[in-house]
Ligand binder design. Sequence first.
Ligand SMILES: C[S@@+](CC[C@H](N)C(=O)[O-])C[C@H]1O[C@@H](n2cnc3c(N)ncnc32)[C@H](O)[C@@H]1O
Length: 239
Amino acid sequence: MQVKGPDPEFIQNTFSSIASNYDQANEAITMGMVGSWRKALIESANAKPGMSVLDCATGTGDLAIEFAKVVGPNGKVIGSDFCKEMLACAPEKAKKLNLEIQFEWADATDLPYEDNTFDIVSIGYGIRNVSDPVKALSEMARALKPGGKLVVLETGDTRNPVLQPMINLYFKWIVPRIGGWIGGNRKAYEYLNQSSGKFPSRKDFLKLMEATALLEDLSYKSLMGGASFIYSAKKPLQA
Ligand SMILES: C[S@@+](CC[C@H](N)C(=O)[O-])C[C@H]1O[C@@H](n2cnc3c(N)ncnc32)[C@H](O)[C@@H]1O
């Protein structure tokens, strides 16, 4: 199964242009809710002290930071991304919180990690920006230990008849303006809104996970009526 995502060079340039104000714009756009959605993802991952976690497309590192708080000093967290300007914002934030996290450059479609390495592999608001989402999901599944969990946080489509028109208007008209004022690049936020509308969600996204042929127990749940989704799957104990 092939789903064609955006051109990787366009994505690197887009995120490098908004990296320095990404966190503030993200907080404003989600009205502060993004933190609780990340925590919900960590709960779905069933993260525990001592576990090893790989957070792909970690950007400025917030999801990796939340995992590091849970897995603690006996655990291990790697946050990787292919946009060095986004990644450059992350280590200082972890250091301020006294958290040991390994931040490093990696392309999610060609991960430099051994097979069967991590208890949890995650990606937050990253998969729809990847040029080949099925390849990235396959790489993430490959790096998981047997029995390990893959968790994905992504935007989606709201089907609630009351919420839908309001959310559509908000994303079409307000988000690019907030992105322009705070993020400094309105066009980048127009792209993020358009990509969100086009990307498969709900059962259609599960089909992408299924296409890896490396995962089982696929499920999803919606957050705030479909403003975001958590997808999870397990790597079978026996191949
Ligand atoms: C919307 S940001 C999400 C950042 C962070 N995970 C969060 O929750 O705020 C999307 C990130 O995906 C990264 N990305 C897109 N394609 C990638 C790829 N093939 N490999 C690694 N990172 C990628 C971008 O560089 C960017 O930092």
